[in-house]
Design a protein around this ligand. Sequence first.
Ligand code: TXA
Ligand code: MG
Length: 312
Amino acid sequence: STQYLDADPAGIAAAADLLRQGLLVAFPTETVYGLGGDARNGEAVAAIYAAKGRPSFNPLIAHVASVEAAKRYVEWSDNAEQLAAAFWPGPLTLVLPLRAGHGVSSLVTAGLETLAVRVPAHPTARALLSAVDGPVAAPSANPSGRISPTTAAHVRAGLDGRIAAVLDDGPCSVGLESTIVGLAGSPALLRPGGVALEQIETVLGTRLAHHKPGDLLTAPGQLLSHYAPDAPVRLNATERRGDELLLGFGSVDCDRNLSARGDLIEAAANLFAYLHELDGTGRPIAVSPIPSEGVGAAINDRLRRAAAPRNS
Ligand code: TXA
Ligand code: MG
């Protein structure tokens, strides 16, 4: 059965031991809870895919404690240096060419020649990664295709009994997954996320190549239907229809408001928790229009996937 560990030094040490033994531990990051396994241990990584029911072609992010640690696994570059200096630790993932002798299981990269790496900012994640002293592969800690977890209770609801432990440190502050930037070729936005595109372009002094909103395969395995509640989701709603509950934004009369003062950062932090909560009622969900600037682009990306026709 799954152990629930407090995020104190003893809990973090216990979680690190479990990871070193090749077992799976869900842990908090500032974006969402991750489902961690030792990235150098193929069996541990295979167990991540199995616990999530994740298609094996969808590669994972390797989490490390520092820039120095990242450089052990990937070919570093000037662009990587600039972005890491500006946004690490934090909600940014860089995709870079694998370095010779990297030791990372090919199940992490799904056979690609590149590796996605991230240094999270959450103090508990950082303490855990320092204690493990190796790359930890971690997708979001939810069954594949479902709403991402921003609390330990969300992890429990999706994965209880299927993983060794959950390190519980309350809700995640950013609430949306990391922004993914590809640096193996010309810089490209592979997934919008917690760091706004505009901020990244300012640091690099160049525009990123990116795909139109709604393009599917910007990072492998970004299936359109994703983050899917059980209930149908209708976007850009200005009022409730029928039995719908309204997930609002700004000054609207609604059932849950992502941010009554119209703050996109607050809305991002609330998005997945409110989707989980409204989904629990079994009623259809309507969502107010959300502006697409800054982190709003990532919110709308997740909402489009939540509203997309289901794969199954
Ligand atoms: O905020 C986050 O990034 C969270 C926390 C736990 O760190 N993790 C997360 O992982 O969102 P996941 O597995 O749900 O999403 C990883 C994304 C996938 O869309 C995958 O296709 C992409 O990263 N990815 C991983 N490796 C890649 C690579 N080598 N090239 C391109 N895309 C890659
Ligand atoms: Mg995910």
